[in-house]
Design a protein around this ligand. Structure first.
Ligand SMILES: Nc1ncnc2c1ncn2[C@@H]1O[C@H](COP(=O)(O)OP(=O)(O)O)[C@@H](O)[C@H]1O
Ligand SMILES: [Mg+2]
Length: 1078
């Protein structure tokens, strides 16, 4: 897995330099510039070798996510950009893998980010160390101890809204696997003066505000508190709320944390009761009260508050009241009670409040320790995290600042000692020549403070224990005598008169030149604070409480254990605990986080150069770099070094077969780096000058670009080729599949075609066979049938004569012949006469002879008609011909016809030849006369008729006067176009003439004759024989006749019987000639 990880380095993508050791040139300005540059780019961490410098960003940066934790987990320290996680990981892994106890020393000014850093370390360790239910519980308890201690030990100061007002050192214990087992917390000197008084703009400890803001009404009632900050004298009002801090929510967090850490309900309750008691103590006020003997006395103004405190703590009110009024001093078995004046009473009250609170705090730490202590007795590995208050310089610096700064001085000392020692040890270990370098050693300052005979703390203790009047001034005097010659001690009134004229140094002060700067201490309060006196009456009163927690806080109040020895002073206590701490730290491998505060405004993005410069100076960071660089600026194990730079040399690239050290040697030789620039240690290469390293880096960067191009080239080639091969392979596969598919298709098609053809052929063959078989079968059947018939016929023919049925037929035929014979013989005798008009005919003897009988009758009739006709002469034949013609023309058409049948046609009725009257007429006519008859010519004008002789010759039609025989009109037959007549029984007829002919000038003729049928027939026949044209004979009861110029309609009507049987002709009007027919 590690193999596949990309090897990176702190040197990659560096802003400024990630490690100050590489700074070139190295001076204060470049150092600060580098810090600023990194700060501006959100890089708040920078290394000085293995020391982490952290600049407080004052805003949350996205660099503490779980992903970041994973990123830094199990990575080498210089592999990634500087981070607190890198340091934490390094520490944790050293602890786990190298079996060496570790400690992390976090130093810096108040507000520089120490507490945050310690929390980040803890959270990182918690995230990467072992898992499991039990381990998780331990982790939770360790982490949750923080909110509890912060609530009781932190407060808002002008420097920091969440300033730790106590020093904290926490040992986290692990088993051999690296799983956390538990922890031990040590606390150092809580700033208890804050309980009763806070500087302007600052707050009391968080817990007071949290309680008032977050407690339920019920809880407040129980604690006899009001939710009103302004009611309590110990709480500062001007900054009761802090921006961005939700006291109520924090209160719930704290209660929850207490529960997780393992506080029992009644314990938590008692803790809050103590907090309430402290608050209420501040509200007890005193007034002067004069007694008879004239001594100053005080009296409690309002006893209500006292009463409530007593109810809350279970102390007898009178006992507490007395304790606030008297002070009992015991000397040599004698008890002397003196009254307290108002100021003393207030002093006593505040002393009680401070003690109560600070003892409660210590109790809390112990209680937490009880919960988080490791349960097993197995050997533990320990990681210590020290978050101690930073170096403090205020306007008014008092005992607390003195103590705090002393502690920092000690830490600086151990820092110098250990850093140097470590560096030296490394050179010895690596067999490198080492030259000593100068640095400021602050042992001398430590000595000034802690020296047992003439140290300031010793002087203070001495003053406190000295009988007689002891004040802060006497203490200062003593210092002025003892420390006057010390280089780092300054006082106006010191024996040596160096500072006599130094006006910046007030009379009641002394100044110490700390490693981090000069600090002016107000001597006022030193003695009191060092004594840390609580009147015995008060501790005894407190011991009498019914509340077990408070009782346990004041063990010296137990009368049975009266100890006349003074308790150790605060100063000596602190000195002792610092000494223990130092001893503890010295046994461990130290790791440093040096916090720097970028500005005084608690603001993000502001980098105050002067402020940072000051811190850089007193933290001795530059010296740190110098020490680190004294010998060699950069060192790296051979393996990683070769890995990082092997591409710079042909021999080592891409793989070096031999040991890493000789690889590095070959590399440096090839690069022609001067030999004085580096040294070979046992496991590391030491590079003297950062420039050399940067040169290496530059070369590497250049080479990496070339390599990247090369890799890119090879990769692209490889990719293209792989792609091509894949495509080709795919193409082959596709082609194969396609061919297979096509072949399959083709085969299937061929196969099915073959099948179709096959089936057709088989069908055809089968049908052919079937046809043949059928034919054969039919032939056989036919042959059989024919043979059968043939045989049948043969047989019948042969045997017919023997059949009876045949005899019947013969008899029948014979009988029939006889009957017919008899019929004909009989008929011969019965024949009727030969007259064609004889209708007789013998009856038919047999029904079956009906048709024969009729045929016979017809034949006979035809025969006798022929016989009859054969008798006619030519004359007679002609007459009958004419009659026949008339019959054809008029039969069934003209009602007059039947009456004409019996009349023989005579033609020339008038015997013109004989009558002399007509001699002239006869001469005029040369041709043969066919008709000569008298007709009535109808007058066209009135319908009256006139008799005329009508003559028809072969070519002409002649009309002549009946009397004179004079020819009236002559019409050639060719001019006759039509003959019209009625269908009725009259003799009227009209002869129409050809229009335009000469004869037609007088108009058509209208006649009436008794022999109309004969005349019409003869006219027809003559016209036909002469002109070869059939004369048109129109038979109609209404026809038009041309009279001169008019056309007149001749209409035949059924006339009345009145006029007899003669038709009447009458001209009706111009157009109509009516003929009434009887
Ligand atoms: N790493 C950090 N990231 C963001 N803010 C920080 C960081 N360190 C410190 N701070 C801010 O600075 C304030 C002071 O830090 P703190 O650790 O309490 O200072 P110290 O303990 O040194 O007095 C914190 O309350 C927080 O707002
Ligand atoms: Mg802090």
């Amino acid at each position: 897995m590690a193999k596949t990880e990309v090897k990176t380095s702190l040197l990659d993508n560096m802003i400024g330099v990630g490690d100050m050791v590489l700074l070139e040139p190295l001076n204060e300005d470049t150092f600060i510039d580098n810090l600023r540059k990194r700060f501006d780019h959100n890089e708040v961490y920078t290394y000085i070798g293995s020391v982490l410098v952290s600049v407080n960003p004052y805003r949350s940066l996205p660099i503490y996510s779980p992903e970041k934790v994973e990123e830094y987990r199990n990575r080498n320290f210089y592999e990634l950009s500087p981070h607190i996680y890198a340091l934490s990981d390094e520490v944790y892994r050293s602890l786990r893998d190298q079996d060496k106890d570790q400690c992390i020393l976090i130093t810096g000014e108040s507000g520089a980010g120490k507490t945050e850093a310690s929390k980040l370390v803890m959270s990182y360790i918690a995230a990467v160390c072992g898992k499991g239910a039990e381990v998780n519980q331990v982790k939770e308890q360790l982490l949750q101890s923080n909110p509890v201690l912060e609530a009781f030990g932190n407060a808002k100061t002008v420097r920091n809204d969440n300033s730790s007002r106590f020093g904290k050192y926490m040992d986290i214990e692990f088993n051999f696997k690296g799983d956390p087992l538990g922890g031990v917390i040590s606390n150092y000197l809580l700033e208890k003066s804050r309980v009763v008084k806070q500087p302007r703009g600052e707050r009391n400890f968080h817990v007071f505000y949290q309680l008032l803001a977050g407690a339920s009404e019920e809880l407040l009632n129980k604690l006899k508190l009001k939710r009103d900050v302004s009611r309590y004298n110990y709480l500062s009002l001007d900054s009761a709320t802090v921006n961005g801090m939700d006291d109520a929510a924090n209160f719930r967090t704290v209660r929850n944390a207490m529960q997780i850490v393992g506080f029992l309900d009644h314990e938590a309750q008692s803790v809050l009761e103590v907090v309430a008691t402290v608050l209420k103590l501040g509200n007890i006020e005193f007034k002067p009260d004069s007694r008879v003997n004239g001594l100053d006395e005080s009296k409690i103004k309002d006893k209500n508050e006292l009463k409530e405190i007593c109810e809350l703590t279970g102390i007898d009110q009178s006992v507490l009241e007395r304790a606030f009024s008297f002070r009992t001093v015991e000397a040599k078995q004698e008890k002397v009670s003196t009254t307290l004046n108002v100021a003393q009473a207030y002093y006593a009250r505040d002393a009680l409040a401070k003690n109560l609170y600070s003892r409660l705090f210590s109790w809390l730490v112990n209680r937490i320790n009880e919960s988080i202590k490791a349960q097993t007795k197995v050997r533990k590995k320990v990681m210590g995290v020290l978050d101690i208050y930073g170096f403090e310089i205020f306007e008014d610096n008092s005992f607390e600042q003195f103590i705090i700064n002393y502690c920092n001085e000690k830490l600086q000392q151990i820092f110098i000692e250990l850093t140097l020692k470590e560096e030296q040890e490394e050179y010895i270990q690596e067999d490198i020549e080492w030259t000593h370098i100068n640095y400021f050693n602050n042992t001398i300052i430590c000595d000034l403070i802690e020296n047992n005979t003439n140290g300031i703390l010793a002087m203070l203790d001495e003053e406190c224990l000295r009988p007689g009047i002891v004040t802060d001034e006497t203490f200062l005097e003593k210092l002025n005598q003892v420390c006057a010659t010390h280089q780092h001690f300054e006082s106006r009134m010191s024996k040596c008169s160096r500072f006599l004229n130094d006006t910046s140094l007030p009379h009641s002060c002394f100044r110490i030149q700390h490693y981090a700067g000069k600090v002016l201490y107000q001597v006022e309060g030193f003695v009191d604070k060092n004594n840390d006196l609580l009147y015995r009456d008060l501790s005894q009163a407190m011991w009498k409480t019914s509340q077990p927690l408070i009782k346990s806080l004041f063990p010296e109040g137990n009368p049975a254990k009266i100890n006349l020895k003074r308790p150790p002073t605060a100063g000596s206590q602190f000195k002792a605990s610092v000494a223990t701490l130092m001893k503890n730290l010295q046994t461990k491998n130290p790791n440093y986080i040096r916090c720097i505060k970028p500005n005084d405004k608690k603001a993000a993005y502001i980098f105050s150069e002067t402020l940072v410069r000051h811190q850089v100076r007193y933290l001795g960071l530059l010296e740190n770099v110098r020490v680190r660089r004294a010998g060699y600026a950069f060192r790296q194990a051979y393996g990683p070094c070769l890995e990082r730079y092997k591409m710079l040399c042909k021999q080592t690239w891409p793989h070096w077969k031999g040991p890493a050290r000789s690889g590095v040697e070959a590399l440096l030789n090839e690069l022609e780096i001067p030999v004085e620039e580096y040294s070979f240690g046992k496991s590391k290469i030491f590079i003297r000058n950062p420039r050399t390293l940067f040169k290496l880096e530059d070369l590497r960067k250049q080479r990496l670009e070339d390599l990247a191009t090369l890799i890119q080239k090879i990769y692209r080639g490889w990719k293209c080729r792989t792609h091509f091969l894949l495509m080709r392979k795919s193409q082959i596969v596709i082609a194969a599949w396609y061919r297979r598919y096509a072949q399959q298709k083709w085969y299937q098609k061929t196969k099915s075609s073959a099948l179709v053809i096959q089936s057709y052929i088989r069908g055809w063959k089968a049908r052919k066979l079937l046809r043949e078989l059928k034919h054969q079968k039919r032939c056989e059947e036919a042959v059989t049938t024919i043979a059968a018939y043939w045989h049948g016929t043969q047989v019948r023919r042969e045997y017919r004569k023997f059949f009876r049925a045949y005899a019947g037929k013969k008899i029948y035929e014979f009988t029939l012949q006889r009957i017919v014979q008899n019929y004909f013989l009989d008929m011969k005798n019965k024949m009727p006469s030969l007259s064609p008009i004889d209708k007789n005919w013998p009856s038919r003897p047999y029904l079956f002879l009906d048709s024969t009988h009729k045929e016979l009758k017809r034949i006979f009739h035809l025969w006798r008609c022929k016989k009859y006709r054969d008798q006619f002469t030519d004359q007679q034949k002609l007459i009958y011909e004419e009659k026949l013609e008339a019959s054809e023309l008029f039969k069934d058409k003209k009602a007059l016809y039947p009456s004409s049948v019996g009349q023989p046609f005579q033609g020339p009725y008038l015997a013109i030849n004989e009558n002399p009257k007509y001699k002239k007429l006869k001469d005029a006519i040369e041709e043969k006369i066919i008709i000569a008859e008298i007709v009535n010519k109808i007058n066209r004008a009135n319908g009256k008729s006139t008799s005329r002789i009508f003559l028809l010759t072969n070519n002409n039609l002649l009309l002549a006067d009946q009397k004179s025989g004079q020819i009236k009109s002559e019409v050639p037959l060719v001019d006759v176009t039509k003959v019209s007549m009625s269908s009725q029984n009259d003799g009227f007829f009209a002869i129409h003439l050809k229009e335009g002919s000469e004869a037609a000038s007088k108009g058509d003729f209208l006649f009436s004759s008794d022999h109309l049928i004969e005349m019409a027939t003869k006219l027809y026949r003559t016209t036909l024989s002469q002109t070869k044209q059939k004369l048109n004979i129109e038979i109609s009861d209404e026809f038009l006749v041309q009279f001169r110029k008019d056309k007149v309609c001749v209409k035949f009507i059924q006339g009345s019987q009145n006029n007899g049987s003669v038709p009447m002709c009458k001209r009706k009007n111009n157009r109509l000639l009516e003929v009434a027919v009887p």
